[in-house]
Design a protein around this ligand. Structure first.
Ligand code: BGC
Length: 395
């Protein structure tokens, strides 16, 4: 992972700091994993049994950020973020190397969340997260990305894994099929997602495929084609047993059950009944069932603590004024929603605001986007501090 200069300095500072100042954020030292093989029953909600693990990489980023804070009350609030269970993004082949170190402190009652995110021609409808693999490099995706991850997970049968498969990919094929880049990416996305689902179907894994959010596939005209696109991936993967359903609101901003919904007074609101994620999970879930696919959901609540910030529902980049949301829990009050989880690591950027950068996307230059922002995935200290100040519930 690339680091901003301030994060590098913060890392250096934390390395020099007396151990007593950082022990609070030290992970529990536990024997790795369980004493016997984990077997997850994907016909049940595994988040009732397992706690989403606060992974070492996010913990390290947060710890570095804390040591850069001079305001002690903000620093102690920030330190608590390190203990929140968050997914670890495997966004390049090189970052597969993060998996083993992240496994070292996962206790038997925790589940490690990983985001599988490296399809050829990634992020076809935007630029901010364009990936390392080019359109056509599907065999590289299979042999150098998915296969090594499969091998690693097989080598740790006593650890439980929750996987989110390829955020935004299939939703883009549903709604952005007219864009040349998405046309070019389409066959690789379908092939790659099915390959991932088929090969990651291991006993110690539970899988969720990404379904965008209510403001994306929740439009009346998108529900059925969206469900069919996702169900096709599930079917072509041979209906894997460890498949549980969908992830929604990944890196998103939608409220869970705000009513009336944030965009319910927009002129086109009548075409979308899914004005919050709860309605989306239920409505899209019904469409998935009809399409013949398991339909339980996990919902990213990492950054949805504050509403009313976006000018338009589709605004996705570093929304200014955002706050951390509800902490991971399996108590959602909705049977179809397995858990609220943190998927996007809050503090990592959605995309650069540098207009001269290759991956500059105009959404990151919009009025409601925080600036300046570094490249997607890299640390944005000021944005992180705002997420804490605006957290709801607060830290
Ligand atoms: C970036 C990834 C990053 C992820 C989590 C995405 O927008 O493209 O590189 O790992 O966010 O921060």
């Amino acid at each position: 992972m690339k680091l901003t200069q301030s994060a590098v300095l913060a890392f250096a500072a934390s390395a020099l700091a007396a151990p007593s100042s950082t022990t609070q954020q030290e992970p529990r030292k536990v024997a790795a994993a369980c004493s016997s093989a984990v077997s997850l029953d994907a016909s049940t909600n595994v988040f009732k049994k397992y706690t989403l693990h606060a992974n070492k990489f996010y913990r390290d980023e947060v710890t570095a950020a804390v040591s850069a804070l001079s305001d002690s009350s903000l620093a102690s609030a920030a330190a608590a973020v390190a203990d929140v269970g968050t997914f670890l993004w495997i966004d390049t082949i090189a970052n597969i190397a993060k998996i083993e170190p992240a496994l070292a402190d996962v206790p038997c009652d925790h589940i490690l969340g990983l985001v599988i995110y490296d399809l050829p021609g990634r992020d076809c409808a935007a630029k901010a997260s364009n990936g390392e693999l080019k359109v056509g490099e599907i065999s590289k995706y299979k042999s150098q990305y998915i296969d090594p991850i499969v091998k690693l997970i097989k080598a740790y049968p006593n650890t439980a894994f929750a996987l989110v498969i390829e955020p935004d990919s299939l939703p883009n094929l549903v709604t952005n099929a007219d864009k040349d880049t998405c046309k070019q990416s389409a066959s690789g996305y379908r092939d790659g997602v099915a390959y991932a689902l088929k090969n990651l179907n291991l006993p110690n894994v539970v899988m969720y495929i990404d379904a965008g959010h209510g403001g994306w596939l929740g439009w009346d005209a998108n529900l059925k084609p969206g469900a069919q696109e996702l169900a096709k991936a599930y079917t072509s993967a041979g209906k894997p047993k460890q498949f549980r359903g969908i992830s929604t609101n990944v890196a998103g901003w939608n409220a869970w059950d705000l009513s009336p919904g944030e965009f319910s007074t927009a002129s086109d609101a009548k075409y979308n009944k899914c004005q919050n994620e709860k309605i989306y999970v239920t409505t899209f879930g019904a469409a998935l069932k009809t399409a013949g696919m398991p339909n339980h959901a996990i919902v990213d609540t990492g950054r949805n603590g504050v509403t009313g910030l976006r000018k338009e529902w589709g605004d996705w980049c570093n929304v200014h004024g955002a706050g951390f949301g509800v902490r991971p829990t399996a108590d959602t009050g909705t049977e179809l929603a397995d858990a609220f989880v943190w998927i996007k690591p809050g503090g990592e950027s959605d995309g650069t605001s540098d207009t001269s950068a290759n991956r500059y996307d105009s959404f990151c230059g919009k009025d409601d986007a925080f600036k300046p922002a570094p490249e997607a995935g890299t640390w944005n200290q000021v944005y992180f501090e705002d997420l804490i100040k605006n957290a709801n519930p607060s830290f």
